[in-house]
Design a protein around this ligand. Structure first.
Ligand code: ADP
Length: 177
C-alpha cells in the first residue's frame, strides 16, 4: 500500500538546535548574518564558523533558501530561508510558501532525507500562527506529491505548546484522523 503523505510529517515540541536530522531550517533574515530568535539559537549552537560560511553567501532574498554545513550542531546542514515580515497582503502567503518549498528542494538536491522546520515568520516577523501552519503543512504536502525526491521525514518543531497544539490539530485534520 502507498504510504500516506501525512505519515512523512511529524509535529514536535522543543528546541530545533537539538535535533539529529540531515538539515534544520533557519528562519533567517536577508543578511544571513545572524539575528535573534531561532536564528540566534542556531548560530550559538553551531559555533562562529557558521557565520563565516554565511558571510560568503551574499545574503538571501525573501522566500529563497541557501544551505550551509551544520558544524557543532547534531544536524548535518542548516538550510537558511527568509520568511516574509507579516503585512497582511496576499504576497505574504506566497512568500512563506516559497520558503518551505525552496528549502525542501534544496534538501532534495543535496540528497537529504530528514528535515526540520521551525515556525518561520511566526516570531518577530509577526505571522499569525494559524495561517502560517496551514501554509507550512499544505506546502509540504504539495512538495511531497509533486517532487519528494530524497525527502522521507519532515518535522515541524514548535517552541510553545500553544503552537504545537495548532499544528497537531491541523495535521490530524488533513490526515483524516
Ligand atoms: P521570524 O523572524 O521568522 O519570525 P523568530 O526566530 O522570531 O523568526 O521566530 C520563529 C519561531 O521560532 C517562533 O515561533 C519562535 O517561538 C520559534 N523559536 C525560537 N527559538 C526556537 C528554537 N530554538 N527551536 C524551535 N523554535 C524556536
Amino acid at each position: 500500500m502507498k504510504k500516506k503523505i501525512t505519515n512523512v510529517m511529524e509535529i514536535m515540541q522543543g528546541d530545533i538546535t537539538k535535533l539529529d536530522v540531515d538539515a534544520i531550517v533557519n528562519a533567517a533574515n536577508r543578511s544571513l548574518l545572524g539575528g535573534g530568535g531561532v536564528d540566534g539559537a542556531i548560530h550559538r549552537a553551531a559555533g562562529p564558523i557558521l557565520l563565516e560560511e554565511c558571510r560568503k553567501l551574499g545574503g538571501c532574498n525573501t522566500g529563497k533558501a541557501k544551505i550551509t554545513n551544520g558544524y557543532n550542531l547534531k544536524a548535518r546542514h542548516v538550510i537558511h530561508t527568509v520568511g516574509p515580515v507579516y503585512s497582511g497582503k496576499p504576497e505574504d502567503s506566497l512568500l512563506l510558501s516559497q520558503c518551505y518549498f525552496n528549502s525542501l528542494q534544496i534538501a532534495s538536491q543535496n540528497n537529504l532525507y530528514s528535515i526540520a522546520f521551525p515556525a518561520i515568520s511566526c516570531g518577530v516577523y509577526g505571522y499569525p500562527v494559524d495561517d502560517a501552519c496551514r501554509i507550512a503543512l499544505d506546502t509540504v504536502c504539495r512538495f511531497l506529491k509533486e517532487e519528494k525526491g530524497s525527502v522521507t521525514k519532515v518535522i515541524f518543531i514548535l517552541f510553545s505548546s500553544k503552537n504545537y497544539d495548532i499544528y497537531e490539530k491541523y495535521l490530524k485534520e488533513i490526515s483524516g484522523a
